[in-house]
Write a protein that binds this ligand. Structure first.
Ligand code: COA
Length: 128
């Protein structure tokens, strides 16, 4: 199982329907950098970063792992890669909207809650 930078059309598009059903927004904003987890040629996990180079702020979005591949640590490995990538681009601030399944993972990485949760959506911030 490998984690690598991905191409939205080729690698991520096949995951879009499943992710949407899980409530994950999967649009591809300009300048987005995508990552994926791949197992024997099958892309099973994804996430993306959108960096604003003027403000040095980044947004993390579209984190998703196919149900049958969950709990193998892919997401946590991908987040380490995302963090490294942000540090290399001299990002100073990372924001993310997360759900109950990944909230604790991001809190464990030093993210803090920005505002009161709306339903099951939490808005988080990490300053670098
Ligand atoms: C959140 C999500 C991306 C995690 O992916 P993953 O590759 O299974 O993550 P990991 O294996 O690195 O485990 C991360 C956490 O997921 C949870 N987890 C572990 N096994 C799981 C399973 N079988 N099913 C659901 N969640 C599980 C645990 O909280 C785990 O943290 P822990 O090891 O500290 O207990 C995945 O559950 C998912 O796609 N969920 C639906 C969409 C979603 O909620 N996306 C985030 C909102 S944008």
């Amino acid at each position: 199982m490998a984690i690598r930078v991905a191409d939205f059309e080729k690698d991520i598009q096949p995951l879009v329907n499943g992710a949407k059903k899980a409530g994950v927004s999967m649009y591809n904003p300009p300048g987005a950098v995508w990552f994926c987890g791949e197992d024997d040629g099958r892309v099973y996990s994804c996430g993306c970063i959108v960096v604003n180079d003027k403000t040095k702020a980044a947004r993390w979005k579209s984190d998703f792992t196919l149900p049958e591949y969950r709990g193998r640590g892919t997401y946590k490995r991908m987040l380490k890669l995302k963090l490294l990538y942000c540090m290399k681009r001299q990002v100073k601030k990372i924001t993310a909207f997360v759900g109950p399944l990944n909230l604790n993972v991001l809190l464990g990485m030093g993210f803090t809650m920005v505002s009161k949760p709306k339903a099951d959506v939490f808005y988080l911030l990490k300053e670098l």
